[in-house]
Design a protein around this ligand. Structure first.
Ligand code: SF4
Length: 400
């Protein structure tokens, strides 16, 4: 697949002109935010944005209606959220959010930081398309199934599968080799892509790319590839850490985190992890403070109940944020949850074309889109609710 237009992924230094104003995307490698960084994001959202932080399906943050891009860049730079001007858009690194704290074969948090540093130190890799995604899965199978471009997946304490285009290559490396092999694969992708900046943005878009890249690596396949099934493991609620402390997983309805709520999160003064499921994990809490956090944040709309219908629903920007949107999908998805038309459980829906928004009723995982592009649709079996006009929808049964 080739495209005529160049990769136009937004960043902090290159904003996207959305229908509701300039949009900035801030990369958060590994999803980890320190309290001061979250506070700076909350301040920026309130002072130069629309007052909200948008969580993305890659564990990044977006600010909408940015009024002063220079001021935003300066604020992010001051707290380490813009460490490289040349590489800012290529730092798309998702890691298992509970890694090193709750379960998993290996702790990949250090590898995520190391990969980010090495990526930034490699001038050629600034040319990677902004859509390329690195995944570091600690073995639980939560982020490999996002179908990233280049990744590792722990299969033992110190053994990782190299995963390309979401597929196990049969190559195995240890922790000390993992970053090197991912960077080598990234160079291989750039070489295959050539100088045509309007070419392929993702590894799976190049026929035979995985096989070609494997041939260039120092490592060869040594085993039959594993198959990674789609999973839906949003970490929600009380999570006992392996070291006796507590993590709290919290859903964020439709991924929109008000600046005021972000300030409360920053005040907890613990590392926060953004997940690719538009939720967060608050880490390293003692039990008493963890109980207080739930009591304070649940009334503010954060979701600590694993059976909440909010966890079944995602939505694209829709109107008024996207010019292509045929309807206000976020408002209408919100209304569907609030009126009990989104149910938890096995997929079930009223099928049909041009269903009025207030009659759409779907059980199970569902993604609401303002047009056929279905931006931000999660992988796996998901019912599509697609706008066909102002406040009318088509419901497509789940597909993978
Ligand atoms: S799915 Fe369509 S309407 Fe929604 S954000 Fe993407 S392009 Fe816009």
């Amino acid at each position: 697949m080739t495209r005529r237009s160049p990769d136009s992924c937004p960043g902090v230094l290159r904003l996207h002109e959305a229908a509701d104003g300039p949009l900035a995307r801030i990369r958060v490698p590994g999803g980890r935010l320190e309290p001061a960084q979250l506070q700076a994001l909350a301040d920026a959202a309130r002072d130069v944005g629309d007052g909200n932080l948008e969580l993305t399906s890659r564990g990044n943050i977006q600010l909408r209606q940015v009024r002063d891009a220079d001021e935003l860049a300066a604020r992010l730079d001051a707290v380490g959220l813009l460490p490289s001007r040349s590489h800012e858009r290529v730092r798309n690194i998702v890691a298992s959010p509970l890694s090193g704290r709750v379960g998993g074969w290996a702790d990949v948090t250090g590898l995520a930081s190391h990969l980010d540093e090495r990526l930034q130190a490699d001038p050629a890799l600034a040319e990677l398309p902004g859509r390329v995604l690195f995944t570091l899965d600690d073995g639980r199978g939560d982020v490999t199934t996002l179908r990233g471009d280049i990744g590792i997946h722990a299969v033992a304490d110190d053994e990782f599968a190299l995963v390309l285009a979401g597929v196990d290559t049969g190559v195995r490396v240890n922790a000390s080799e993992a970053v090197d092999v991912m960077l080598a694969a990234a160079h291989g992708f750039l070489d295959l892509r050539g100088d045509d900046a309007a070419g392929q943005w993702r590894l799976h878009e190049i026929d035979g790319a995985v096989e070609s890249i494997i041939e260039t690596l120092e490592h060869s396949p040594v085993t039959e590839p594993l198959k990674f099934g789609a999973t839906h493991q949003i970490p929600i609620g009380w999570l006992d850490q392996d070291n006796g402390l507590v993590s709290l997983g919290a859903g964020v309805p439709l991924g929109t985190l008000p600046a005021r709520t972000a300030e409360f999160l920053a005040a907890i003064d613990r590392p926060i992890f953004l997940t690719p499921w538009r939720s967060i994990v608050i880490t390293d809490l003692d039990e008493g403070p963890a109980e207080t956090v739930v009591r304070v944040l649940a009334p503010m709309g954060m979701v600590f109940d694993a059976n909440s219908p909010w966890l079944e629903v995602s939505a694209c920007a829709g109107q008024p944020g996207c010019a292509k949107a045929l309807s206000d999908v976020r408002g209408e998805a919100d209304a569907a949850v609030e009126s009990g038309r989104v149910q938890v459980g096995a997929p079930k829906s009223v099928a049909g074309e041009d269903i009025p928004a207030d009659e759409v009723e779907v059980a199970g995982r569902q993604h609401w889109s303002g047009c056929e592009r279905r931006c931000g649709r999660p992988p796996g079996p998901v019912t599509d609710v697609i706008a066909t006009g102002p406040s009318t929808y088509r419901v497509d049964p789940p597909t993978t």
